[in-house]
Design a protein around this ligand. Structure first.
Ligand code: GLU
Length: 430
């Protein structure tokens, strides 16, 4: 190619199902905003993040070399209270994704009616390739960079993809060292011994189970007659599969990064959990036959739970999905382009901002317990979670019926309306 031709040369657009996650969020936001008749200024206010922070995280690796990672924190909105949201460690995380995830947290907290705004954080790294020492350094340096942002009354991180209880403990410790006091309430999803809450680890999966049972009841599906497929076998997917099986449902498909696993007569989820405890992944699991990721999503079933990552159900595979209910355990597993196809097929989609809100709900309980210094029994945590998830499910359902829209748009309408009304009452400071 000649140099002048090179100037005009445009890479052909890659064939991909990935949508820009922020735009995907905004497409739904726009539909809900229009139905609510949101005024232009309020619309602009709600779509714009309050703060976006990008930091560099230089680390001396175990081999003595310095590597520089990039870290993000986006506070989408804090009008309902301190901002809340997880911290993601992943090799492909970027500011755009974090922005979308932060906005989803704003809507999620509003849907379950907890006094938090929405935020999200990320560090572009592959936690599987870091040694424990390097992981600790990344976490502590990230936290040190965020000392002005984090705070019990300001912004409270939690686990998300690639982070866990241990990472939360390092955040709590680093923040506490700088503040010269033990600040347990600055982060949630911590180990029990430093102020974590009973039931927090299982909370997201438990919440998914609760709203799934709620949707099943609406279409008169009894647990004993219900066939389930779960994509993702981390904290959310494994607990959802386990709890739905305990309710009497038959789990015929499971999946993780290594592929899909299918058994027509049902998979023993407890055995799969045991397998993953020793082997880390489902690969080699003998209780099911191996299938592909796309076959897994297209299996014959009543309920499909995408609990892995974004952009799994797309315009390309939506026409082939056979489930009657989709319960979104992950954030953003369905692209905006797939929504109308699923609606046309009459599939009930329990949207992420409702379905996986059990996690942040028990994070709220953890924060309350830390602040009061009085810790609840598991029974109390689970009963209160059930009360809040049921109330949220019913309100979303009623809003969707009232506006004659999907549960997703119903949930957005509810959330946007709440945040917009709060803005009206507080007013704009200037
Ligand atoms: N990362 C979880 C979510 O996406 C939990 C957030 C939290 O507990 O603050 O909902």
């Amino acid at each position: 190619m000649e140099p002048n031709e090179l100037l005009n040369y445009k890479e052909p657009a890659p064939i991909t199902d990935k949508e820009n996650p922020f735009e995907s969020m905004m497409e739904r936001f726009d539909v809900a905003a229009e139905m609510l008749g949101l005024e232009k200024g309020v619309y602009e206010y709600l779509k714009t993040p309050v703060k976006q922070i990008i930091v560099s995280i230089p680390i001396q690796m175990d081999n003595g070399e310095i590597e520089v990672f990039e870290g993000y924190r986006v506070i989408h909105n804090d009008i309902l209270g301190p901002s809340k949201g997880g911290l993601r460690f992943a090799p492909d995380v970027n500011i755009n994704e974090v922005k979308a995830l932060a906005a989803w947290m704003t809507w999620k907290c509003a849907v379950v009616n907890i006094p938090f705004g929405g935020a999200k954080g990320g560090v572009r790294c592959d936690p599987a390739k870091l040694t424990p020492v390097e992981l600790e350094k990344v976490t502590r340096r990230y936290t040190a960079n965020m000392l002005d942002i984090f705070g019990e009354d300001k912004d409270i991180p939690a686990p998300d993809m690639g982070t866990n209880e241990q990472v939360m403990a390092w955040i709590m410790d680093t923040y506490s060292m700088h503040m010269k006091r033990t600040a347990t309430g600055v982060v949630t999803g911590k180990p029990l011994i430093i102020g974590g809450s009973l039931g927090r680890r299982e909370a997201t999966g438990r919440g998914v189970m609760m709203v799934t049972l709620g949707a099943m009841e609406k279409i008169k599906l009894k647990p004993k007659e219900t066939v389930i497929v779960v994509q993702g076998f981390g904290n959310v997917g494994s607990v959802t599969a386990q709890l739905l099986q305990q309710q009497g449902c038959k789990v015929v498909g499971l999946g993780d990064v290594t592929g899909g696993y299918f058994s027509k007569k049902g998979i023993d989820v407890e055995k799969a959990i045991e397998w993953v405890k020793t082997h880390k992944v489902l690969s080699g699991f003998t209780g099911a036959e191996k299938i592909t990721q796309s076959e897994l999503l297209e299996l014959e079933c009543d309920v499909l739970v995408p609990a892995a990552k974004e952009d799994q159900i797309t315009a390309r595979n939506a026409p082939k999905i056979k489930a009657k209910i989709i319960a979104e355990g992950a954030n953003g597993p369905t692209t905006a382009k797939a929504d109308p196809i699923l609606k046309e097929k009459g599939i009930i989609v329990i949207p992420d901002i409702l379905a996986n809100a059990g996690g942040v709900t028990v994070s709220y309980f953890e924060w309350v317990q830390d602040r009061v210094g009085y810790f609840w029994s598991l029974d109390r945590v689970n009963r209160r979670l059930e009360r809040m998830m049921t109330a949220a499910f019913n309100s979303v359902y009623e809003t969707a019926e009232l506006y004659k829209v999907s549960l997703r748009i119903g949930a957005y309408i509810m959330a946007i309306d709440k945040v917009a009304k709060t803005l009206k009452v507080r007013g704009i400071y200037a």
